[in-house]
Design a protein around this ligand. Sequence first.
Ligand code: ASP
Length: 461
Amino acid sequence: MLRTHTCGELTEDNIGQTVILCGWVAARRDHGKLIFIDIRDRYGFTQVVITPKPYPAAYETAKQLKCEDVVRITGEVNVRPAKTENPKIPTGLVELFTHNLEILNSSKDLPFQIEDTIEVSEEIKLLHRYLDLRRSTMLEKFIIRDKLNYKFREFLNRERFLEVETPFLTKSTPEGARDFLVPSRINPGMFYALPQSPQLFKQILMVSGFDRYYQIARCFRDEDLRRDRQPEFTQLDIEASFVSEEDLFKLVEEMFRFVFKEALGIDLTIPFTRISYQEAMATHQSDKPDIGQGQYRFLWVCDFPLFEYNEEEGRWNSAHHPFTAPKEEDIALLGKDMKNIRSRAYDLVLNGVEIASGSIRIHSRDLQQKIFSSIGLTAEEAQQKFAHLLRAFEYGAPPHGGLAVGLDRLYSIITGCESIREVIAFPKTQKGICPLTEAPSGVGQRQLDELNLSIKEKPEK
Ligand code: ASP
């Protein structure tokens, strides 16, 4: 056994016990014949005391210790002398009197200190992300993230949603961005696309009768990185059959109320405020105004236009995605008054930031085909891209709808972070680079040959 307790665990109840702790040296205070170290792990800190007698070997080792060395300490739990207690930490009434001290691994001098606030460039922090993540302010974000994910899952499982994993290697599902492409070695000249979202798979699961689906899903979009965008990000992706907008709003409101209460101890008022897109634009000149009620201001924005005009290409595009249903009463305007066709799409806005979007979907093959042609896809192109969806719609597709919550964005609001990069364990920089691994990187000729690929022109370094 390497350790008997964690560094956040010992209290007065353990006084007199011999225990073993493992962790990192967070601080070392050398008072000559008395050395103190604070030893840290994920669970907290424990103060350790080392004296030359009666264990001189431990004392000799302690003299050489450096911050962030990994140690294993066997000792006896003692009460701290009066006036030296630290009521701020759970282990603050006790200390460990060392019998044996082993250095399990030593650390080089640090590029930055493991402290709550540090003044270091993001490049350096990401290069040494393992050190950055040792800081308790960073760790806390991932503990909250884990708890929130867990509570979302708990709620959805209770509501009989099935978590289903959909493929990463797939065919492109355009959601307005470029795809990341993956060449297929065994199908030379062919490419998979990494999913921009599980959109079509979740709809196809509804055709399969799965009824209620969710997934904490990774999505990939090859966009020019604006301030708060990452090429890969995480969505809580939800789809349900035989539902109206009202059913989904109620479900999502109850989900947020449950999760905020259970994970954060916060009472949310539901139902959330609702506003139409038209009203939001007319009154607030924004489709994500910061209105609503409480510290956390949730707002549904509904009735988005189905199409938006693409000046450059001189044609109409889907405003959300082409699988969104038009409002029943506006279907007659197709091809006639495209601008005024309202969709059954909605966004959920939190404190003026869009955190979720979704829609009631089209489930009729004919209507889907009409929407494709309205956005300039010929029947042939639609067939080539979406044959699998159109075919599925011919075999009893139920009415369905759903949405996706952008978890990174939501978690950065909850933890008060300026950037989603702080709630992603291994994010990319704004240039799409991972300083830790140095991805993206070139590949060898052999790999290119195997994939039947050649690089047109060497890009300048
Ligand atoms: N797939 C959509 C998105 O990623 C969300 C949805 O319509 O469910 O934005």
